[in-house]
Design a protein around this ligand. Sequence first.
Ligand SMILES: [Cu+2]
Length: 333
Amino acid sequence: MATSWRVGTGLGYSLAHPSGRARESGVAIDDPDLSTRRPAIPPSSTIANLSFSRVAALTFLLAAGLVLPACGSGGGGSGGQAERVEIEVSGEAKSVELKAPQKIKGGLVQMNLKNSSKGPRDAEIIRIEGDQSAQDVLKVIESQGGPIPDWLQDGGGVGETAPGKTGKVTQNVAEGRYVLVSAPSEDGEPATAELQVEGGSEGELPKTSAEIVATEYSFASKGLKPGKNAVLFKNAGQELHHVVAAPLLPGKTLDDVKKFVSEEGEEGGGPPPGPPPIDFENGFTTAVIDGGIEQVTDLELKKGKYAMICFIQDRTGGPPHVMKGMIAEAEVQ
Ligand SMILES: [Cu+2]
């Protein structure tokens, strides 16, 4: 996924790939007719754009992803007994090489994504209920605003991680066959790997004081502090969701971000006029997760206000959730 805040269509992959797959007609936020239109993702060369794209890409994956049984949240578990899964990505901007185990024990799992590549990368997992291939998964991800088939379940994994860093996520992972997807930071093909998850013991997620809860079509957050946070990201809705977030620049408001996003999604549009109202460099994205899934992820945050956005579409297809109002402010204090 390239990184930018482009409003892509649904599953982040489109966003991540500004090269054109994702470009079509634009759609404005609050457009009453959006159910039949798709947002455009104009390619742009700015860092900001990159961020958006990336987010989108991740989103997609997540959406497809995990349908794990949710386990008790806020339990007293330390996560200490979680099965550790080490994933490493390398490669230049347009390419991704993915190193990951082919088989892991499920239940409570801590996934560590070491990013040895030149750009931001994610590692999202999707459970496959049929005999579909990784290519079939990518096809869904590339479909703009198309339906998300029922054979794609759960979601999860590690959101966008900066080069040289290791991203960490803890969640319960159901038994089954998974596809692991990592998208490039620029236009290019994502890398995929098959992952077999065998039964393990579900456990309680590590306790956190910070959380972000997604539903249709809104976010609620609390306890976010400057610096490193362990954050519970929970999907309390029915549809797939992710979080793409970035700090508001000084003097900018959520309305400015809404305007920016809808302009970016406009038909035939190149980058919107004027600088983006958000600080893409300090943004973050989570993996895409299905309703009932939750995970604890480490996020590095700055004091101030963030805009949180979801770019995933409904399972029945349609515009990215931001077009249905899934954009909210988070306070980091
Ligand atoms: Cu959503």
